[in-house]
Design a protein around this ligand. Structure first.
Ligand code: C2G
Length: 128
């Protein structure tokens, strides 16, 4: 079984997020999502999320491409997560191009093109 992992906040879930999850799942058999906790968002990523961790987890677990959701609490947990979960492939949108190449000794690393024209920031500003 080929295991894939990706990480994110996935707040105000939109089709750009879902397209990323779909493509990630299509690259393997089992997709783990490291979901940023509220504390990680607030104190480390300095980004507010509208939905709580529990609500974002509930939504992600309802997506057919997602097999498991684990908490992302720190920038430094990825190597441990890859080892502990026997991950074969790490996937992220290419806004992170190169940022996680340190994982290459532990698993394959792939950056996928972001979906243009949609973002949580754009949603929030368009709704004002
Ligand atoms: N994404 C995308 N297209 C968009 C918006 C987002 O492909 N239009 C992708 C991002 O590239 C990322 C994933 O969807 O791979 C989740 O996006 P965010 O929730 O914004 O993730 P981010 O806050 O960048 O957190 O340790 C890694 C971080 O947790 C990533």
């Amino acid at each position: 079984m080929k295991k894939v992992i990706t990480y994110g906040t996935f707040d105000l879930l939109h089709y750009g997020h879902v397209r990323l999850l779909k493509r990630a799942k299509e690259l393997g058999d089992y997709l783990v999502v490291g979901l940023s906790t509220d504390e990680f968002n607030q104190f480390k990523k300095h980004k507010e999320s509208y939905n709580s961790y529990a609500e974002r987890k509930y939504i992600l677990e309802a997506i057919r491409y997602v097999d498991e959701v684990i908490p992302e609490e720190d920038w430094d947990q990825k190597i441990t997560d890859v080892k502990k979960n026997n991950i074969d492939l790490f996937v992220m949108g290419d806004d992170w191009q190169g940022k996680f190449d340190f994982l290459k000794p532990y698993c394959d690393v792939l950056y996928l093109p972001r979906t243009p024209g949609i973002s949580t920031t754009k949603i929030k500003s368009d709704l004002k």
